[in-house]
Ligand binder design. Structure first.
Ligand SMILES: NC(=O)c1ccc[n+]([C@@H]2O[C@H](COP(=O)([O-])OP(=O)(O)OC[C@H]3O[C@@H](n4cnc5c(N)ncnc54)[C@H](O)[C@@H]3O)[C@@H](O)[C@H]2O)c1
Length: 456
């Protein structure tokens, strides 16, 4: 547990010094000349990440991660850059690769290499082969800790030889190099689902922390972050007016309820589709129309899926949509829209604007797909605002420290960070927002933990 900082300084300025060239030798980014733009973006995000800054100051002083190598497979955005800088300041050697082929901000990747000396392997639009080449380039650094957004890196590690005897975990790579491993932390719901499935099947060989499952992650990042940035992505790709449109949101989980409420706030008529009766009931009582997708396709103008599930928007659904319908995904993988089915069925396709493709269908209709069916908030916009990533990445940094503190004691299973750490992160965030809250009196504490007082 860390102390709270008394003062949270919002004007953050990072090393490097002006005269010092920190450029790494090993990297694969689009264009290093974009670094100046990326550095400004990184600094701007840093100003809205006071909790992470607080942790950076403490970790820097204590050199909490000294001597470790950490490989981060995350969306390479300006907010992620602030996490990577924090890990490096805490004494770690940091290597980064993209967790999605379309989510990299090329200017940020360039700045990480040129200004911050962080080896980075990420190019926006990289193909699948390059994507996995980059993941394996990160593993070639023999990291003790990894961070994932979707569990692809952990899956690559499981292709190597892992030994876990009484908590001493070693990994042997294809060149027979053996190194110690502490654990891996996971950022998103889909990654956690995959890891839990690996644990259930007895396939998981490493301890992992489901950072997504901390309250200060999913309640804020998934809901308010995905809510705002998904709408941002739809608007940047299309510039359509949401007011008066019928927006169909698939799912009423943390992400999708954020999207539904933001679309409603902008004047859209929102329809929700669900498979979970409790969540469907919540959506109905929050005032949304709830129906099946087959019913919704008849009236929807814009469709957004954020379920973590496959083919939520099937070819049959898309064939039934109105002429001119817009389709987007904000779930982790590009499986929510049946893109392969659509590609096969289409008559022709043309790019209209950045991240906006027009599909002409044999049934005479036109359909518009955003971000090639990948996460629209990262493909067509910049992902979540810094204010929420502040808490998500505070949890990631704390997860790295937790692995150091618990080395040798962990089993190959999915762990979550403690409620105390959640409370600490939330308290720091409130403090940075200038909000103070009440505390329980001794009398209230006693009352809340006893059973003796009933009806008076
Ligand atoms: N775009 C982003 O930046 C971002 C951020 C966080 C999470 N995610 C991803 O978004 C997805 C959803 O995450 P979450 O935290 O909201 O998950 P969640 O589990 O809270 O919600 C998912 C909801 O989708 C529903 N669902 C499943 N299949 C469905 C179907 N066929 N039709 C309708 N509803 C269906 C489930 O019942 C559930 O209520 C995951 O893939 C997650 O990794 C994306």
């Amino acid at each position: 547990m860390f102390e709270q900082s008394r003062e949270l300084n919002f004007s953050i300025r990072f090393a490097p010094s002006k005269n010092k060239i920190m450029q790494t030798k090993n990297y694969d980014v689009k264009d290093l000349s974009l670094a100046a733009e990326g550095k400004l973006k990184i600094e701007w995000s840093g100003q809205n990440m006071p909790v992470l800054k607080n942790i950076r100051e403490r970790f820097t002083k204590a050199k909490t991660l000294k001597g470790l190598t950490i490989a981060c497979c995350l969306h390479i955005t300006s907010e992620t850059a602030n996490l990577l800088i924090t890990l490096k300041a805490a004494g770690a050697t940091v290597v980064a690769c993209a967790s999605n082929p379309l989510s990299t901000q090329d200017s940020v990747a360039a700045s990480l290499v040129k200004d911050f000396g962080i080896d980075t392997y990420a190019i926006k639009g990289e193909d699948s082969k390059t994507y996995y080449k980059h993941l394996n380039a990160a593993l070639d650094y023999h990291p003790q800790i990894t961070m994932d957004d979707g569990a692809d890196l952990v899956n690559e590690i499981h292709k190597l030889k892992i030994q876990n005897a009484k908590g001493k975990i070693t990994i042997k790579d294809k060149k027979s190099f053996v190194w110690d491993f502490y654990g891996s932390s996971e950022e998103t719901t889909t990654g956690v689902i995959r890891l839990k499935a690996m644990e259930k099947d007895g396939y998981l060989k490493l301890p992992v922390i489901a950072v997504n499952d901390s309250d200060t992650k999913h309640l804020f990042d998934n809901q308010y972050g995905t809510g705002q940035s998904t709408i941002d992505g739809i608007i940047r790709a299309t510039n359509v007016l949401l007011a008066g449109k019928t927006v169909v949101v698939a799912g009423y989980g943390w992400c999708s309820r954020g999207i539904a409420s933001r679309a409603h706030g902008m004047g859209a008529n929102v329809i929700v589709t669900e498979v979970d009766p409790v969540r469907a009931l919540e959506a109905a009582m929050d005032g949304f129309r709830v129906m099946t997708m087959v019913q919704a396709v008849k009236t929807g103008d814009i469709f957004v899926s954020a379920t973590g599930d496959k083919h939520v928007l099937s070819l049959a659904h898309m064939k039934g949509m109105k002429d001119g319908a817009i389709v987007a995904n904000s779930g982790h993988f590009d499986v929510e829209i049946d893109m392969a089915g659509l590609e096969k069925y289409k008559k022709s396709k043309k790019r209209i604007r950045n991240q906006l493709d027009e599909y002409s269908l044999p049934n005479g209709k036109k359909l518009y797909v955003l971000g090639e069916g990948r996460l629209v908030n990262l493909a067509a916009a910049e992902g979540h605002p810094a204010e929420v990533m502040d808490m998500s990445f505070a949890n990631q940094a704390l997860a790295a420290r937790w692995f150091v503190e618990n080395k040798g004691k962990l089993e190959p299973k999915v762990y979550v960070l403690s409620k105390e750490l959640d409370a600490e992160v939330a308290s720091l965030k409130l403090q940075s927002m200038g909000i103070t809250i009440d505390t329980l009196t001794p009398e209230q504490k006693k009352y809340l933990s006893s059973w003796t007082e009933g009806t008076q």
